[in-house]
Design a protein around this ligand. Structure first.
Ligand code: GCV
Length: 717
C-alpha cells in the first residue's frame, strides 16, 4: 500500500512539473537553464539597492523579487544602504546613487515612460543601474531587465536607452457588460462586473503586469458597440476599482461612448452634438467620470457605423461629434479616439472607398485632442489587405492604428497565426504622402505630420480561458502589439524569438523550430484562405470557415460574392479606373503600380483587378493553376508546421505540447476544408480541372455548402 502511495506521489509530482496551463504568459520566470549563465547571473546579482516607495515602485520591487527568485532559484534581498550594491534601481528622486550617476543625457531620451539600463561604476566596482525619470519608467526598466534574463542575454556590458516611439499603446476590448466578448474566442470577458468593485480578481493584477511588461499603457475595457449603462454611477464605481488596480502599472482606462447616451440615460430628447443641453450633459458626465477616475484616458467611439448612433443622425459631421467629446475631455487631459470604420449600404460606392470619402474632407477639422483610429486595411482585418489609404490622406490629423488580435477572420482561436509579419507589412508600407519613405509607421508615430498624439491599438484576444487567449500562440500576438507599439522597428523574428524564449524555453532547437513555425504561419493562412488578394469569403455573420458562394446577406457588401466577383471570364474586384477607381485614393506612385496588372504585386492582384482565368502569372502558371497551387501550398505549409511542432515534443511541457498538437490538427483539417470548398466553387466558373498532382477534394461542393454553424462563437450579444 505504502509503495503504491509513493508511486502515486511520484507520478503526480512529475505531472505537476511537466504541466503548464499557460496562465503565466511570458512572465514565467523559470530557473535559468544554462548552468554557466545561471552562475554568472547569480554572481552579478547578489544585492539590490532599490529605495523609495510608491505604488509603481512597489509593483516593480515585487516583480523583480518574484522574477529573480524564479530565474536564479534563490531570494535576493533589497538593501537599504547606499554602500556598494550590484543592482541599483530608481529615479534620481528615489535613489541617491542613481542621482549621482551621470545619466542625464540618456534619461532625457528615455522620456516619461522609458528607462536606461547601464553597466556603471560605484567605488571602482561594476554595477548595473536601472534608471528612469518616473516610477512607471522604473517599472518598465525592471520588466526589460527581467526579459534580458529570461531570454538569457549577456548582462555584462549593458548600455540600453529605451523610450516608446508611440504614445498611446492600447488594448481595445470588445467586451459587453454581460461578459459576452464580441469576436472573442477565449471564453467570457475577464471583467466580472457583478463582483466588482468589492472583489478584485487576481487576474486584473496579472493583466496589468502582463501589459506593463510590454509597455501597453491603456485599455479600452468596453465594446465599441457601446452600452450607455457603463456611464452610470453603479458602473463607474466598478470602472474606478479597475483603474485603481491598473494605475501603479502605468495603465489608464478608457471607455467607449454610446452617442445616444444623453437620451438613453440622460432623459434628453436628442443627442445632437451641437445642442447646448447635449453638450452640457456630456460635460457634466465627463466631469463626473473624473471624480471617480482622476486619470481617466478618454473615449473610443464608433459612430454611424453598422447601426450605431452618431452625429449624422442629426445631419452633423463626424468632426462635430468628436469635437463635442473633445471639448469636455480637454480640461482633464483626456483624448477622443474616433473610429473611421464606417460604411453605408445605401451608398452604391465600393465599400472600401467609403471611409476615405467620409473622413478625408474632415482633415484639419478635429480638435487637438482627437485622433482618428483607422483599421490597418480598408476592409476589415482580412488575412491580407493593402494599407488603408487614409494613412496617406490626412496629414493634419493624428491617426491611430487599429489592429485585430482576436482572430475574427483568421480561423478563430484554433489556428496558429503569428501576426507580427502582418502588422509589419502595414507599418513598412509607403504611403508617399510626403514623397518616398513616408511609411505608415512614420504617419503613426507622428514624425511625418509632427503630431503630438500617436497611437496603436489591438482589438484584444483575451478572455477568461485559463491561458487568456485560447490558443497558446494567441499570446504571441498580444505580446507583439505591445512590443511593436513601443518600438515599431523591432523585427518579427526578434519579437518571436524573445516571446518563445520567455514562453517556452531557451534551447536552440526549440527556439529555431518555433520561430520557423511562427514566421511561416501568416503566409500559410493567406494561402489556404484568401490567396492572391481574395478577401472576405468567410462564412456569413460569424466569419467561420469558407463560404465564397454566399449571396443572401441583407446588404450587398456583406456577401462574399460582392468581393470576389467570380464569373466565366475570371475572378477579382476591379478597383482600377475602369472599375470603382478605389485606386485613386492612393498616391499617384502607388496607383500607377497597382493599376497595371503586370506591375501589381501578385499578393494584391485580385484585390485590385478582375483577372482572366487563363492570365499568365509570374510563375508561368495560368491564374487558375496558380490559385490551385496556392491553396495547396497553404495546406502543405500547415502540415510542415505540424511536423516541426512534433519534432520538439521533448522540449515542451506535455500540457501545452498536446494542446498545440491538437489545435494544429484542427487547423490542418480546416485548411483542407478551405482549399477543397474554394477550389470546387471557383471551378464552377473557371471550368478548368484541378491539376492531377494535387489531392482531390474528398467531398462535393454541395456538401461544403450545406455545412452550417449557427452557434459559432463570437457572434451575437
Ligand atoms: C465591434 C466587424 C466585426 C464587428 C465589429 C466591427 C467593428 O464588422 O464583424 O463585430 O464590431 O467590425 O470593428 O466595429
Amino acid at each position: 500500500m505504502k509503495k503504491i502511495l509513493c508511486l502515486c506521489l511520484f507520478f503526480f509530482s512529475v505531472l505537476a512539473v511537466s504541466a503548464d496551463d499557460g496562465y503565466r504568459l511570458w512572465l514565467r520566470y523559470e530557473l535559468v537553464s544554462s548552468a554557466k549563465l545561471l552562475a554568472n547571473y547569480r554572481s552579478a546579482i547578489t544585492s539590490i539597492h532599490f529605495p523609495g516607495t510608491s505604488p509603481s515602485l512597489n509593483a516593480a520591487k515585487d516583480e523583480l523579487q518574484m522574477g529573480l527568485e524564479g530565474l536564479l532559484g534563490k531570494k535576493v534581498s533589497l538593501q537599504n544602504n547606499t554602500a556598494f550594491n550590484q543592482l541599483v534601481i530608481g529615479t534620481a528622486k528615489s535613489n541617491a546613487v542613481i542621482a549621482a550617476l551621470s545619466l542625464s543625457q540618456q534619461l532625457t531620451k528615455a522620456g516619461d515612460e522609458g528607462f536606461v539600463i547601464v553597466t556603471s561604476k560605484q567605488d571602482q566596482k561594476n554595477i548595473i543601474a536601472i534608471a528612469a525619470n518616473t516610477d512607471v519608467g522604473v517599472l518598465h526598466g525592471v520588466f526589460h531587465f527581467l526579459r534580458l534574463l529570461q531570454t538569457q542575454q549577456n548582462i555584462q556590458n549593458l548600455s540600453i536607452t529605451s523610450a516608446p516611439k508611440i504614445k498611446y499603446r492600447l488594448l481595445n476590448h470588445w467586451d459587453n457588460l454581460n461578459r459576452f466578448v464580441e469576436r472573442g474566442y477565449a471564453g467570457f470577458s475577464i471583467w466580472n462586473w457583478h463582483t466588482l468593485p468589492g472583489y478584485i480578481d487576481q487576474r486584473y493584477i496579472d493583466y496589468a503586469r502582463a501589459n506593463a511588461s510590454i509597455g501597453i499603457n491603456g485599455a479600452v475595457i468596453t465594446n465599441v458597440n457601446a452600452n450607455a449603462l457603463i456611464l452610470t454611477k453603479e458602473y463607474l464605481e466598478k470602472v474606478a476599482a479597475l483603474a485603481d488596480v491598473f494605475r501603479p502599472y502605468g495603465i489608464k482606462i478608457y471607455l467607449t461612448g454610446r452617442f445616444s447616451a444623453p437620451i438613453e440615460i440622460g432623459k434628453l430628447k436628442t443627442a445632437d452634438p451641437l445642442n447646448a443641453d447635449v453638450k452640457q450633459w456630456w460635460k457634466n458626465k465627463i466631469d463626473e467620470i473624473y471624480t471617480y477616475i482622476p486619470d481617466f484616458g478618454g473615449f473610443l467611439i464608433k459612430a454611424n457605423s453598422e447601426g450605431q448612433p452618431g452625429p449624422q443622425d442629426y445631419k452633423r459631421s463626424h468632426a462635430d461629434g468628436a469635437n463635442m467629446f473633445a471639448e469636455a475631455l480637454a480640461p482633464h487631459g483626456g483624448i477622443v479616439m474616433w473610429r473611421s470604420f464606417v460604411y453605408n449600404n445605401e451608398s452604391p460606392e465600393d465599400r472600401l472607398k467609403q471611409a476615405y470619402t467620409e473622413f478625408k474632407p474632415l482633415d484639419g477639422k478635429f480638435n487637438k485632442n482627437v485622433a482618428i483610429q483607422v483599421k490597418n486595411g480598408p476592409l476589415d482585418f482580412q488575412p491580407r489587405e493593402p494599407f488603408s489609404p487614409l494613412f496617406g490622406a490626412m496629414p493634419k490629423t493624428p491617426l491611430f492604428m487599429e489592429y485585430q488580435l482576436t482572430q475574427e477572420y483568421l480561423g478563430f482561436s484554433t489556428h496558429l497565426v503569428y501576426m507580427a509579419p502582418l502588422f509589419k507589412e502595414v507599418l513598412n508600407a509607403d504611403t508617399y504622402e510626403k514623397g518616398k519613405g513616408s511609411t505608415v509607421a512614420k504617419v503613426l508615430d507622428g514624425s511625418l505630420g509632427g503630431h503630438a498624439l500617436s497611437g496603436m491599438a489591438g482589438v484584444s484576444n483575451i478572455g477568461n480561458d485559463i491561458n487568456w487567449t485560447g490558443h497558446p500562440f494567441g499570446q504571441s500576438n498580444w505580446y507583439t502589439l505591445g512590443r511593436l507599439a513601443w518600438d515599431h522597428e523591432i523585427s518579427s523574428a526578434q519579437i518571436a524569438n524573445e516571446w518563445i524564449r520567455q514562453t517556452f524555453g531557451n534551447s536552440r532547437q526549440l527556439v529555431d523550430t518555433v520561430e520557423k513555425i511562427m514566421l511561416s504561419s501568416r503566409e500559410a493562412m493567406v494561402n489556404y484562405m484568401t490567396p492572391l488578394g481574395l478577401h472576405h469569403i468567410m462564412g456569413y455573420g460569424h466569419h467561420y470557415g469558407p463560404a465564397p458562394w454566399f449571396d443572401k446577406a441583407s446588404r450587398a457588401d456583406w456577401n462574399p460574392v460582392y468581393f470576389h466577383k467570380a464569373d466565366s471570364i475570371g475572378i477579382g474586384f476591379d478597383r482600377t479606373e475602369k472599375g470603382t477607381n478605389y485606386l485613386s485614393q492612393y498616391a499617384p506612385e502607388l496607383k500607377k503600380l497597382y493599376e497595371n496588372i503586370n506591375t501589381c504585386p501578385e499578393e494584391y492582384l485580385l484585390w485590385f483587378h478582375h483577372v482572366a482565368w487563363d492570365h499568365r502569372m509570374k510563375s508561368g502558371r495560368t491564374l487558375w493553376n496558380e490559385i490551385c497551387y496556392r491553396y495547396n501550398v497553404g495546406v502543405v505549409s500547415v502540415r510542415l508546421m505540424q511536423k516541426q511542432w512534433n519534432s520538439i515534443e521533448k522540449q515542451v511541457d506535455k500540457q501545452r505540447f498536446n494542446q498545440v498538437k491538437m489545435l494544429l490538427a484542427v487547423q490542418e483539417k480546416e485548411a483542407v476544408w478551405w482549399r477543397n470548398s474554394c477550389l470546387l466553387y471557383f471551378q464552377t466558373f473557371s471550368k478548368m480541372p484541378i491539376p492531377s498532382s494535387y489531392e482531390k477534394p474528398d467531398h462535393t461542393l454541395e456538401y461544403y455548402k450545406d455545412l452550417s454553424f449557427p452557434l459559432a462563437p463570437g457572434n451575437g450579444r
